[in-house]
Write a protein that binds this ligand. Sequence first.
Ligand code: NAP
Length: 247
Amino acid sequence: MSGFVATALVTGGSRGIGRAVARTLAGEGFQVYLTYVSKAAEAAAVVAEIEAAGGKARAFALDVSRAEAVEAFFREEIKEKVLLSVLVNNAGITRDGLILRMKDEDWDSVLDTDLRGPFVCLREASKIMVRQRRGRIVNVVSVVGQMGNAGQANYSAAKAGLIGLTKSAAKELAGRDITVNAVAPGFIETDMTGGLSEEVRKAYQDQIPLRRLGSAQDVAEAVAFLASDKAAYITGQVLAVNGGMYC
Ligand code: NAP
């Protein structure tokens, strides 16, 4: 694959943490392929912003919960078309509710998007990276996958599962110089958390020793580090970016 531009694939790159990751990796010199599920205008704006700064990016509509669509995307846009240096499994959703009232569909949609989606992306990326004999995979998990959270049993289970996937994949892929790590954000200011009441935000902030909510850029810096050569000897780890709220 020599002669190809090193490419970083960021799922859910149209908004929030994924957008910050896309911009940061583009700034590090990667061509960035970012995906979105419904917000085409936001994704196009991220591409335009990266290009205006002198970088290279493309946006693709891809629902990560649809395995056949993910497989087709890797076959048609990635395999033998780019040097896939980095995969950032960032796309994620929440469907909060207490266990006693949680509908099966809320369980399934979160598990499909937040765990099965990253698994299929990781599997398809691994097939390519194994042949390249190099690669970096970073999974965006969550502090609630480590500590649990009332009202987020589905989301916590998906993120805890993704931590297990990260550690297993790290062991399977290390022999081909592919590292697999996770970044576990705490409470980060994005659309995902934007709907919470002031009272709930204040309650979270009071639990954070650094006394502020995190920014998408705080998370992007950790992802960029794990995606870089500086992290060449780090694999199977979960890097918390949570202001100290869970150690
Ligand atoms: P966000 O602002 O809600 O953005 C979510 C992104 O994921 C969007 O780009 C969205 O695309 C995309 N997406 C959603 N469902 C998808 C699907 N089925 N297929 C492909 N893309 C999909 O979320 P965020 O706060 O940046 O969160 C990003 C990641 O960080 C998630 O994995 C989340 O669980 C994790 N995280 C967030 C926090 C936090 O406090 N914000 C804390 C811990 C972990 P569209 O724009 O097209 O909808």
